[in-house]
Ligand binder design. Sequence first.
Ligand code: SAM
Length: 124
Amino acid sequence: MDWTEWQQRWDAQQQAYLPDREERFTAVLDAVEAACGRAPRVLDLAGGTGSITRRVLARFPASTSVVLDVDAALLAIARGTFDGDPRVRVCSADLATQPPAGSNSWVSLAAASTPCSPPPPCTG
Ligand SMILES: C[S@@+](CC[C@H](N)C(=O)[O-])C[C@H]1O[C@@H](n2cnc3c(N)ncnc32)[C@H](O)[C@@H]1O
């Protein structure tokens, strides 16, 4: 499976809904860097295929990320994309019923987040 192609197709589809999506990602990562430096621990809530996490790793190679989402198809793309990368964990969880443990102590920045406590338990 060509996971890069699937990622690109997801990004193209999302970009159609949100033309300034890339600029928003850059602004989010600027905020992450200002708050946490260049080796952030990121919680990519509702992370889908891991679009934000890919950009986090490209900009901050020393970062780590947990991608959390409920959609099995998007999670499959995320798992394929980050397979073998020890910096990334991909978790299946429904935020409506399974908020991350200690969620009130996580700092959230528009789906790119920096954890202030251990990551949530993985259910899948
Ligand atoms: C517009 S997409 C954004 C995905 C990704 N952050 C991105 O920028 O490409 C919204 C995401 O929220 C996820 N989502 C919606 N409801 C959710 C829930 N209750 N728990 C976890 N994820 C959820 C969807 O599966 C989808 O991946």
